[in-house]
Ligand binder design. Structure first.
Ligand code: SF4
Length: 237
């Protein structure tokens, strides 16, 4: 049995008679909890068929040795971009690591699970239900749309994916014509130009007063110091 008895293998965890047994089954669990015995644990994990599932399961746990790694090593591993991409097998529910790639997501954790699913006549087309979006987020997204936000900006403001925002917009029938989109981007451009003009005016006024250093002016006008230097050069010319 693996640490904490999580990995037991057997038909109960793998429908269709698929069995994947962890290498640590039958070993003393203390091997994984006593730091001095971790080299021994590492040898046991080395060619375990459940290595990645185990590592993913224990990735946030501060103890014990699992998935062929110490807790600290697992933290580093889970922070790497590749390690953060996980899938869940539609047949047995195991978590597995998936290499980031475009296209159809991987649905089964192993060949055994895929074959068992085909043998049982299951035709899975979707891996897992879409993420739930809270009603507050949904209302916020609708309000952002009315303020002229597009997919990208709304997703960034709400901290959710663009596809989730698209689902909300589609669900509420929020669509813009090309002319409306052009008008919004035109407005955004005009607003940016207006903001630049305001900054320029303020910097010129402060430079003319001659009371502050360029650094202080940059702070007051909320712009880069280089901008202040450029405007000063333009005024001197
Ligand atoms: S990776 Fe190691 S700890 Fe995890 S199930 Fe396999 S042998 Fe057990």
């Amino acid at each position: 049995m693996g640490p904490d008895g999580l990995h037991v293998g057997g038909d109960d965890r793998r429908p269709g008679g698929v069995v994947k047994q962890p290498n640590c089954r039958g070993h003393d669990p203390e091997i994984f909890y006593e730091r001095a015995r971790w080299p021994e644990a590492k040898t046991i994990c080395e060619d375990c068929p459940l290595l990645l599932e185990c590592r993913a399961t224990f990735q946030d746990d501060p103890w014990p040795f699992a998935g062929g790694m110490t807790p600290n090593q697992r933290v580093t591993w889970s922070r790497s971009t590749k390690a953060r991409v996980f899938g869940r097998c539609v047949r047995c529910g195991f978590r597995f690591q998936e290499a980031p790639r475009a296209g159809r997501p991987r649905m089964y954790c192993s060949t055994e699970c895929r074959q068992a699913a085909y043998a049982a006549g299951e035709t899975q087309t979707k891996r897992q239900p879409l993420a739930k979006i809270s009603i507050d987020t949904e209302l916020e997204a609708v309000s952002l749309w009315h303020q002229g936000y597009g997919l990208k900006r709304a997703a960034k403001a709400l901290g959710i994916s663009e596809s989730s925002v698209r689902r909300i917009f589609d669900g509420h029938g929020l669509k813009r014509t090309q002319a409306e989109r052009d008008a919004i981007s035109g407005q955004a451009g005009a607003m940016a130009a207006q903001a630049r003009a305001d900054v320029g005016r303020m910097v010129r006024k402060l430079l003319a007063e001659g009371q502050q250093s360029p650094q202080e002016i940059a702070l007051l006008a909320n712009c880069a110091v280089n901008t202040v230097y450029k405007i000063r050069k333009g005024m001197a010319a």
